[in-house]
Design a protein around this ligand. Structure first.
Ligand code: 5GP
Length: 196
């Protein structure tokens, strides 16, 4: 195979960030630019928010259903985030890998840590930082979907999460969206071998 057509082995591209750091928008842009990248749809026990759809945004499960999947070892990683369970299906990752596809994951810092251990070769983890906590708070508020209690809980967790950035392979500060995306795209390009 010539260097121009060679594809790297499938990768797990893990993005973690405090809620409100702009990670969801960055993920959407990556998926549009890299056709060999598939988004991992997580399972969660948190309630549906706004216009979210079952199976598209998340697999929304009861706590009992989620715990059964943990017991059956069906998650590549799972964590309690803001008081709810979130997890990544092992089968879904393996299916993507079998098709030669890389996987994009939008997960918290605990999940990223687990995947760095479970997939030490395939995993490339990137921490997305907000420019500062004030910006993070105003982004969380402008979303308009969370209660004051939820916003406060998320802000407190964000401060803890931001201390974890040193464990990631790379870090991108999302101050200016286009500049942050350009950095991210270059990193992903290097990992995947080529953009589509
Ligand atoms: P949200 O409820 O705002 O959609 O997500 C809350 C947090 O849970 C975010 O930091 C998100 O990245 C994280 N999260 C979403 N899916 C997963 C998952 O499968 N595993 C882990 N560990 N965290 C997840």
């Amino acid at each position: 195979m010539s260097p121009a057509t060679r594809r790297a082995a499938p990768r797990l591209i893990v993005l973690s960030a405090p809620s409100g750091a702009g990670k969801t928008t960055l993920c959407k842009r990556l998926l549009a630019d890299f056709l060999q990248l598939e988004l991992s749809i997580s399972s969660t026990t948190r309630p549906v928010r706004g216009s979210e759809q079952q199976g598209k945004d998340y697999h929304f499960l009861s706590t009992e259903e989620f715990q059964k999947l943990i017991a059956a070892d069906r998650f590549a990683e799972w964590a309690l985030v803001h008081g709810n369970y979130y997890g990544t299906s092992k089968d879904a990752i393996e299916r993507s890998f079998a098709q030669g596809k890389s996987v994009l994951l939008d997960i918290d810092v605990q999940g990223a840590e687990s995947l760095r251990k479970a997939y030490p070769v395939e995993c490339f983890s990137i921490f997305i930082s907000p420019p500062d906590l004030q910006t993070l708070e105003s982004r969380l508020r402008s979303r308009g979907t969370d209660s004051e209690e939820t916003i406060q809980k998320r802000l407190k967790n964000s401060i803890d999460e931001m201390k974890e950035d040193k464990h990631f392979h790379a870090r991108v500060v999302n101050d200016d969206f286009e500049a942050a995306y350009a950095k991210l795209k270059t990193m992903v390009d290097l990992q995947l071998g080529s953009s589509s």
